[in-house]
Ligand binder design. Sequence first.
Ligand SMILES: Cc1ncc(COP(=O)(O)O)c(C=O)c1O
Length: 369
Amino acid sequence: MSLFPVYSIKDIEIVSAKGMHVYDKNRQEYLDLYGGHAVISIGHTHPEYVSNLTSQLDKIGFYSNSIRIPLQNELADKICAISGKKDYQLFLCNSGAEANENAMKLASFYNARKKVIAFTNAFHGRTSLAVAATDNPSIVAPVNETENIVFLPFNNAEALKEYFLQYGKEVSSVIVEGIQGVGGIREASPLFLKTIRELCTAYNAIYIADSVQCGCGRSGKYFSHDYAEVDADIYTMAKGIGNGFPIGAILISPSIHAKLGMLGTTFGGNHLACVAAITVIDVMTKENLIANANLMGNYLMQELKQFPQLKNVRGKGLMLGFDTDEVPQLKNILLDKYHIFVGEAKPNVIRLLPALTITKKKSIILFQY
Ligand SMILES: Cc1ncc(COP(=O)(O)O)c(C=O)c1O
């Protein structure tokens, strides 16, 4: 049987990893400044992560949500402590798309409305409503098309106000990335996020902060939306929360009340996933990784700005990007000659999404190309 060919693939077979590095089958070392697409937060195969997951697997890996799983409560307490989102409620699932899907669905249950506002260049995942809220018609199948999603211009507070003035009573939720990732490392301005907050409050709509890529400490704050100093009603997470273990999560404001059976999942919140996410938070706390994301982000930004061929160096913490007219060439040189993985975004953006454990010594190689 052949694989369904949906990815463009580099002919490299990674067989092991340690910290900031991955190794191919010929033992070639690569510096991973891509983090497997912002997934690796505490570094590859962190010893505490490997040990905790292994010993959990020895006990029990999975049982369904029909029984008590105290690891879920421990995880909820730890997310509360690290994020500062007191009294929020936690729902666990398996991926970023699923987190966003559940968030929009929950909002619609809450206010019994249908319209969701999303923004130009947004990426929210590939399941039905998540992909409909993604600004890329080429990945939206006819069955996913819906009039319930409205796209407005990103970072345009006036356009948002105008829309709410006319249709505010129909709006169920507004979904926005704190820093657009797939869209090319574009930050939502604090003014824009504050306006979303104000309008959602005024019209009883739900503000959904998609933190799947920009969350979990990567931006130098646990949630990048927090730079605007207002709270969202729902935060969606995945990627960095599990350091590679598939886990998605949504944090739900105390004003939204659950009803039995409203949301559900078979795998979400299983024992292994909880241990992975708990360990990530423990390591982040012990190793001060959010502070390191800040420090190293500033350092990398400063250094990158010294290369005139790299335009519009931008981002926050360890979610950085720049424009260059030579994306494929640069990616190839970095990978083939210097053995460095980086990400990209259309039309001409290179994205850097390294683990939050990166040090100056490890990153220096990037500046030698
Ligand atoms: C901002 C954002 N939301 C949602 C998703 C979808 O996450 P997943 O691929 O885990 O479904 C992504 C994935 O890249 C993302 O960047």
